[in-house]
Write a protein that binds this ligand. Structure first.
Ligand code: KG4
Ligand code: ZN
Length: 336
C-alpha cells in the first residue's frame, strides 16, 4: 500500500512516500522568509508552500522510485494549523488523488503527531497509553485505549510549551523558532542558579500554564542573570512539569506505556527525565526520533496507514476543508 503524504500546517513544506508504515523517501523544506519578522507570517507561509510543494513532491517521487500512478492513496493535513498553509497542501493532495484516481485522506494534525509511533496493526505498543503532545501550538494529554480510541485529558490554559520556549528564546536574543536553540544553550547553564516559579505544577492536575514562567525569565534577564542559567532553569522547570503530569496521568489511568510527540518532545531534559522515570516505574516509553518530533510528513502517512489498516475503503470527502482549531474530545485521525 503506497501512500503519498503531505504536511503544510505551518511553515514547513513536507512530503513523504510510505509503503504502509515503512518510509521509502521523505522531503522537507523550512521557510527562511520569516526570519527577522518575529514569527510566521501566514500569507508568506502559504505562498512559499505554493511555490515549493510541486517541485518537492516531484523530487521525492523520483527518489522513492515511484510514479504518481503507482500511489494507492494520497493524504494531507487538514488542521489544526494556519488555514492558508493547510489549504495549499490540502488542495494539492486532492488534485493529485483525483488525477491518479485514488482515494484522498484528510488527516488531523494532532492525531498524526501521535501516529508517528504507529508501526502496523500488529505493532507491539502496550495499551493503555497516556500521551503528551507538546508542540508550538498545543500542550495536551491524551489517553489511548487502542490506536482507535484517543480521548483528550487536559491541555494548556495559555501559552503552549513550544510557544513558551520560542518566546523565552526571543527574550534571550536567540533565533526563531528558538526551542532547539534554548535547549542547546541550557546545557551550559545551571538551573539552580536562578529561581523561577512553577506555575500549575500539581502533578495530578492535567492542565498547564507557561506564560508566567516566560515573564519571570524576562524580569531576571533584565536584572542581568546569565542567559545559559536562565535557559537551563526554564527548560528544567518546563520539562519537570510536563513529565510529572504525564506520569501522574499514566498512574491514574493504569497505563502500560507513555508516549511523547510534537516539537518539544525533542527537548533533551524532557527526554532524559522521562527515560529514567519510566524505567524506574516499569513503563514502556515511546519518544519519536528527534527529526520526527517536529512537523513532518511521515506522521501524516502513518496516520493514513492506520486508518487504511482498519478500513481499506476509508477516505475523506473531496469537500473536506481546512480548520484552524481542533474542537476537543475524542481525537480521530481521519477528517470527514
Ligand atoms: O510540532 P512542531 O514542529 O509544530 C507544531 O505543531 O507546533 O513544534 C514546534 C515547536 C516550536 O515551538 C519549537 O521551538 C519547539 O517545538 N521545539 C523545541 C525543541 N525543538 C523544537 N522545544 C524545546 N526543546 C527542543 N529541543
Ligand atoms: Zn505539529
Amino acid at each position: 500500500m503506497l501512500i503519498l503524504a503531505v504536511e503544510t500546517s505551518c511553515d514547513d513544506t513536507a512530503a513523504a512516500v510510505l509503503d504502509g508504515t515503512e518510509v521509502l523517501a521523505e522531503a522537507a523544506m523550512g521557510q527562511t522568509v520569516h526570519s527577522g519578522l518575529g514569527g510566521v507570517v501566514p500569507e508568506l507561509a502559504s505562498r512559499m508552500h505554493l511555490e515549493v510543494l510541486p517541485g518537492l513532491v516531484a523530487g521525492l517521487l523520483g527518489r522513492a522510485g515511484v510514479a504518481l500512478r503507482d500511489i494507492d492513496a494520497v493524504a494531507a493535513t487538514c488542521g489544526p494549523g494556519l488555514v492558508g498553509s493547510l489549504l495549499v497542501g490540502l488542495s494539492w493532495a486532492k488534485a493529485a488523488a483525483f488525477s491518479a484516481g485514488r482515494p484522498f485522506l484528510g488527516i488531523n494534525h494532532l492525531a498524526s503527531h501521535l501516529f508517528i509511533h504507529y508501526d502496523g496493526p500488529s505493532s507491539p505498543v502496550r495499551f493503555p497509553v497516556v500521551a503528551l503532545l507538546a508542540s508550538g501550538g498545543h500542550t495536551s494529554l491524551f489517553l489511548l485505549d487502542s490506536w482507535r480510541s484517543t480521548r483528550f485529558l487536559g491541555g494548556t490554559r495559555d501559552d503552549a510549551a513550544g510557544e513558551a520556549f520560542d518566546k523565552t528564546a526571543k527574550i534571550l536574543g536567540l533565533g526563531y523558532p528558538g526551542g532547539a536553540l534554548l535547549d542547546e544553550l541550557s546545557v551550559r547553564g545551571d538551573p539552580r542558579a536562578v529561581s523561577l516559579p512553577s506555575p500549575l505544577d500539581d502533578p495530578r492536575e492535567p492542565e498547564f500554564s507557561f506564560s508566567g514562567l516566560k515573564t519571570a525569565v524576562r524580569l531576571l534577564w533584565e536584572r542581568g542573570a546569565d542567559p545559559a542559567d536562565l535557559a537551563a532553569g526554564f527548560s528544567e522547570t518546563v520539562s519537570r512539569i510536563l513529565a510529572s503530569k504525564l506520569l501522574a496521568q499514566a498512574g491514574r489511568h493504569g497505563a502500560a506505556s507513555v508516549m511523547t510527540a510534537g516539537g518539544v518532545s525533542a527537548n533533551s531534559r524532557l527526554r532524559s527525565r522521562l527515560a529514567s522515570e519510566c524505567s524506574r516505574m516499569g513503563l514502556d516509553l515511546l519518544m519519536p526520533d528527534r527529526p520526527w518530533a517536529t512537523d513532518n510528513a511521515v506522521m501524516v502517512g502513518r496516520a493514513a496507514a492506520a486508518v487504511l489498516d482498519s478500513d481499506r475503503e476509508a477516505c475523506s470527502p473531496m469537500s473536506c476543508n481546512a480548520f484552524a482549531r481542533w474542537s476537543g474530545g475524542v481525537l480521530e485521525p481521519l477528517c470527514v
